[in-house]
Design a protein around this ligand. Structure first.
Ligand SMILES: C[S@@+](CC[C@H](N)C(=O)[O-])C[C@H]1O[C@@H](n2cnc3c(N)ncnc32)[C@H](O)[C@@H]1O
Length: 382
């Protein structure tokens, strides 16, 4: 029970991680490279973003003109409603504004909109944002924010980590274009994988995500030494605490050039002869699963270029996936979503039959060896 509480608290805390400006800049530039007009004439909604904290709001406000945006909407979530309470003091921007209301400040969300140069200084930036309190707390699931979703063309944010499934479902329900941050584990969720299989969702450019990790800013109030990797200072000299989170990726349905690059691969014969992986080099063949009509490929760079059947590949394959090169036919899990499963184990065969039925299994002698989650993929014939 105590450990459950601790992990709940940790999850809630992780909801308050903020994306760094240059990570946003780096990712967005991939979509602009692919289509310079990707944002032209569009309304962009940032639904978990208070400009006080969010670099998404700052970035899109600063690039409003360059991208040719029609409207930028950013909404924030009320401090009182947050899972993890951070001591919050209204900024001068809010407290000196005639609309400031001490009572509302804590319990209401806010909406910030940008449509052009409001200040008349011939520049469009965060100073041109107009704001007011929302009727509710700014929960993305509320009717009020859902209405904003429906008006928007593209939804962009780093949503609360603990609500990733719900957040993606909310976007899909609105049939919107999107770019959001989430954990790589989400790929195997039963609510997410079918969207990836159907090519409704894919991984973003994720250029050089540092060995699969991303660095986030954390408010001083929740920063602890165990988490903090670096302390930086912003332009005003305020301390910024940086933490590292493993397995983070951008998820999207916006096109980018990287997903049209084919993975360079060797043939099966070449892999068996020259592969740098000892599990493959010098063998007669790849392992075939005992319970799937597919071969096991333990590394993405060991995928044979000339095999026509189904292959089980690591989930990290998606980082390099080009839909013109391979189709995704399923994932090894309890269900038979791929139609490639050939067997269900029973207690008679193996005491760990439950675990085996959740995975692809290799049989060596009398031993059943369960393999990590694998995507089942097939090359697209030319
Ligand atoms: C991971 S943080 C990221 C913030 C910002 N998008 C960024 O990337 O810097 C997620 C934010 O969503 C807020 N949030 C949590 N639950 C929410 C909800 N149901 N609706 C809207 N925002 C929520 C959190 O308080 C937090 O500020």
């Amino acid at each position: 029970m105590a450990s459950e509480k601790l992990s709940e608290a940790k999850k809630a805390k992780n909801d308050e991680f903020f994306t760094q400006y240059f990570d946003i800049e780096k990712e967005i530039s991939a979509y602009i490279d692919c289509n310079p007009d990707v944002f032209r004439g569009k309304t962009v909604l940032l639904p978990c973003d208070d400009p006080e904290w969010s670099n998404f709001t700052k970035y899109f406000a600063q690039n409003f003109e360059r991208f040719g945006l029609k409207k930028l909407i950013s909404t924030s979530y009320a401090t009182k409603s947050k899972n993890y309470k951070i001591f919050y003091q209204p900024t001068l921007f809010e407290s000196t504004n005639p609309q400031f209301d001490q009572q509302k400040s804590d319990i209401k969300g806010k909406i910030f909109t940008l449509t052009g140069d409001r200040t008349g200084d011939r520049e469009i930036n965060v100073d041109d944002l107009e704001w007011h309190y929302l009727a509710g707390d700014g929960d993305f699931r509320s009717k009020e924010v859902t209405k904003l979703r429906d008006q928007a063309d593209i939804i962009i944010t780093n949503p609360p980590f603990s609500l990733f499934r719900e957040f993606l479902a909310w976007i899909m329900e609105g049939k919107k274009q999107f770019l959001i941050i989430g954990n790589m584990n989400a790929i195997t969720y039963k609510e997410v994988f079918p969207l990836i299989k159907e090519k409704l969702v894919w991984l973003g450019n994720n250029y050089k995500v540092n060995a699969g990790a991303m660095f986030f800013e954390i408010p001083e109030a929740i920063a602890n030494l165990e988490q903090v990797r670096e302390i930086k200072a912003d332009e005003k000299g305020n301390k910024i605490f940086i933490t590292r989170v493993q397995g983070i990726r951008w998820f999207t349905n916006l096109d980018h050039n990287r997903r049209h690059d084919a993975i360079p691969l060797m043939t099966m014969a070449e892999n068996l002869k020259f592969s740098k992986h000892k599990e493959i080099r010098g063998k007669d063949s790849y392992y075939k699963y005992d319970n799937y009509d597919a071969i096991e490929v333990p590394y993405v760079d060991a995928i044979p270029s000339d095999f026509d059947g189904v292959m089980g590949v690591p989930v990290s394959f998606l980082d390099k996936h080009n839909p013109e090169q391979f189709e995704i036919v399923g994932i090894t899990d309890r269900d038979n979503n791929s139609g490639m499963k050939t067997k269900e184990y029973t207690a008679k065969e193996a005491p760990n039959y439950g675990d085996l039925n959740r995975r692809g299994v290799i049989k060596i002698g009398n031993d059943y060896i369960p393999i990590y989650a694998r995507l089942l993929v097939r090359r697209i014939a030319r």
